[in-house]
Design a protein around this ligand. Structure first.
Ligand code: NAI
Ligand code: MG
Length: 491
C-alpha cells in the first residue's frame, strides 16, 4: 500500500449508513395488463399471448404485456402508413410541433409517476430516473418540437421531406429516454412510428402511449408494440417500413444490418461501447474520481457510453486508485426507490449472469479484482462496484462490453500511449479526458476515435448535442441537428 493509500484509508471508519428514504409509490397505478397501442387504441394481440415484466429489485411481477406477433406488427405498420398518408406528413409543420410540445408538457406533469415506474420496472435508482431519464426525455420532446417548423432552415438550399414509417427498437437501459430520442425527431420531421420497447422494461412506454393518447395525436402517428426479439425482427423484416432506428447490442445490430442489406430501408444503429476515461497527472483528482464513479458505477454500468476503462497516468495511479476505492466504499447498493441509493438492481437475471461471467473471466485472465464491501439485499439481482487492476490490453474485460458496474484499470506514461490504448478496441462510442490543460483536451479528444468525448466531466447529455459511434459502436447520429437527418429526405 502506498502512503497515499494509507492516508485515504483513514476515512474508512466513517459510517455511511443512512436511514431509508424510499420514494412513495402511492401515486402510481400499474395496470395488471397492457395491450398493444395501435391506431390510437389499446388492442389485444392476435395471438392472445402475454408476458410478464418483473421488478428486478424484488423479483416480483409488475404487469402482463401483450406479445406482438407478425400479424400485430403488420397492423401497427398499416396504422402508421395510414396516418402518414392521410394526416401527419401533410400537416402544417407548426401543428406537428404543437402536438410534440403537448407530449413534453404532459410528461413533465407526470414526471414523478414516470420516474417511479422506470425504477420499479428496470431497477435504476430513483435519483437517476427522477433527475436524468424523465427530465431529459421531456427535454428531447421540447427540443424537437422546436425544430418541427424550422427543418428547412437546418439544411439551407435543400428541400426537406419525411421518410415515411419508422420502425424503432429500443433497449432496457434508458427505456423512456430512448423512446423520446427516437420518437421526437421522427415526428418533428413528419414521419409516423412503430416503436418496440425492451421486454424487461416496457412499462414507461405504455405510460407514454397514454400520454400520446392524452395529447390527442392523430391515431396511428405513434404505435407501440411490446414483445421480445421476435417482435423486433418482425418490425425489421416488414416490407413497408422505410427506416429502422435501433439501439442495443452489437450482435443484434449485425443481424439487422444483414436483414436490411440490399433493401432501400434506411437505418441507424446505436450499439455497444468500451469507453476510456483518461486521467492525466495534472487533473483535479477528486473530480476525476467522481467522474469515474459517475461513468461506470451509477446506473449499474448499464450505459452504452459507460466509462468502463480507466487509463490513469502512472505518476498518479496509486493516488487515484486509493481515492477510488475509498469512494467505492461509500456507494450504496440497494433499493432503487430509495433516494440515497447509488447503484440499483441489475436489470435482469440474464444480465447479472453475463456480468458474473466477466468477473470470472477477468480473474481467470490473471487480473486482480477488488469489490466494495457493502451489504446486498437478499432478493433481487445485484452487483457490487468492481475494479480490475493488473489488466492487459488483450484481456477480454478490456476489449468486450460488460454492461455492469465493472471497471478495468490500466496505466500509461505518455499522451500517445494513452491515445493508442484508448483507441485499441473494436468500439468507438465515447471517452473522457481529465486534465488541467485546455490544449491537451483538444489534442487528445481530436485523436480519440469516439463519437463523444467529455472533458473534465462524464455522461453529460443535452438534446442539442449529437450522439453516436464509430466502428462497431454503430451507424448514424441521434440528437441535435444531426438527429434530424435520418428522418428526412433531402433533395
Ligand atoms: P438486445 O440487443 O438483444 O436488445 C435490444 C432490443 O432489441 C430489445 O428491444 C430486444 O427485444 C430487441 N431485439 C432482440 N433481438 C432482436 C432481433 N433479432 N431483431 C430486432 N430486434 C431485436 O440486447 P440484450 O440482449 O438485452 O443485451 C445484451 C447486451 O447488449 C448487453 O449486455 C449490452 O452489452 C448490450 N446492450 C447495449 C445497449 C446500448 O445502449 N447500446 C442497450 C442494451 C444492451
Ligand atoms: Mg421489468
Amino acid at each position: 500500500m502506498s502512503s497515499n493509500d494509507q492516508e485515504n484509508s483513514l476515512n474508512f471508519n466513517t459510517d455511511w449508513s443512512y436511514s431509508p428514504a424510499p420514494e412513495s409509490t402511492d401515486h402510481v397505478t400499474i395496470k395488471d395488463r397492457y395491450d398493444l397501442f395501435i391506431g390510437g387504441e389499446f388492442v389485444a394481440p392476435a395471438s392472445d399471448k402475454y408476458f410478464t415484466s418483473m421488478n428486478p429489485a424484488t423479483e416480483e411481477p409488475l404487469a402482463e404485456l401483450a406479445e406482438a406477433g407478425a400479424e400485430d406488427v403488420d397492423r401497427a405498420v398499416k396504422a402508421a402508413r395510414k396516418a402518414y398518408k392521410q394526416n401527419w406528413s401533410g400537416l402544417a409543420p407548426a401543428s406537428r410541433g404543437k402536438y410534440i410540445y403537448r407530449i413534453a408538457r404532459i410528461l413533465q406533469e407526470r414526471a414523478r409517476e414516470f420516474a417511479v415506474v422506470e425504477s420499479m420496472d428496470g431497477g435504476k435508482p430513483i435519483r437517476e430516473s427522477r433527475d436524468i431519464d424523465v427530465p431529459l426525455a421531456a427535454a428531447h420532446f421540447f427540443y424537437y418540437a422546436g425544430w418541427a417548423d424550422k427543418v428547412d432552415y437546418a439544411f439551407p438550399g435543400r428541400k426537406t421531406g419525411p421518410v415515411g414509417v419508422a420502425g424503432q427498437i429500443i433497449p432496457w437501459n434508458f427505456p423512456l429516454l430512448m423512446a423520446a430520442w427516437k420518437i421526437a425527431p421522427a415526428l418533428a420531421c413528419g414521419n409516423t412510428v412503430v416503436l418496440k420497447p425492451a421486454e424487461t422494461t416496457p412499462l414507461t412506454a405504455m405510460l407514454l402511449a397514454e400520454v400520446i393518447a392524452e395529447a390527442e395525436l392523430p391515431p396511428g402517428v405513434v404505435n407501440i408494440v411490446t414483445g421480445a426479439g421476435k417482435t423486433g425482427a418482425a418490425i425489421v423484416d416488414h416490407p413497408d417500413i422505410d427506416k429502422i432506428a435501433f439501439t442495443g447490442s452489437t450482435e443484434v445490430g449485425r443481424i439487422i444490418q444483414k436483414a436490411l442489406a440490399g433493401t432501400d430501408t434506411r437505418y441507424t444503429l446505436e450499439l455497444g461501447g468500451k469507453a476510456a476515461n483518461i486521467i492525466f497527472e495534472d487533473a483535479a483528482l477528486d473530480q476525476a474520481v467522481e467522474g469515474i464513479v459517475n461513468g461506470i458505477f451509477f446506473n449499474q454500468g448499464h450505459v452504452c457510453c459507460a466509462g468502463s476503462r480507466l487509463l490513469v497516468q502512472e505518476s498518479v495511479a496509486d493516488d487515484v486508485l486509493g481515492r477510488l476505492k475509498d469512494r467505492m466504499e461509500t456507494l450504496i447498493v440497494g433499493d432503487p426507490l430509495d433516494k440515497n441509493t447509488d447503484i440499483g438492481a441489475i436489470n435482469s437475471s440474464m444480465q447479472l449472469e453475463t456480468i458474473n461471467k466477466y468477473l470470472e473471466i477477468g480473474q481467470q485472465e490473471g487480473a486482480t479484482m477488488h469489490q466494495s464491501s457493502c451489504a446486498l439485499p437478499d432478493k433481487g439481482h445485484w452487483c457490487r462496484p468492481t475494479v480490475f487492476t493488473g489488466v492487459a490490453q488483450s484481456h477480454r474485460i478490456v476489449q468486450e462490453e460488460i454492461f455492469g458496474p465493472v471497471l478495468a484499470v490500466q496505466t500509461f506514461r505518455t499522451v500517445d500511449e494513452a491515445v493508442a490504448k484508448a483507441n485499441n478496441t473494436p468500439y468507438g462510442l465515447s471517452g473522457g479526458v481529465w486534465t488541467d490543460k485546455g490544449a491537451k483536451i483538444f489534442k487528445v479528444s481530436n485523436q480519440m476515435r469516439a463519437g463523444v468525448v467529455w472533458a473534465n466531466t462524464f455522461n453529460k447529455f443535452d438534446p442539442g448535442s449529437p450522439f453516436g459511434g464509430y466502428k462497431e459502436s454503430g451507424v448514424g447520429r441521434e440528437g441535435g441537428l444531426h438527429g434530424l437527418k435520418p428522418y428526412l429526405q433531402l433533395a
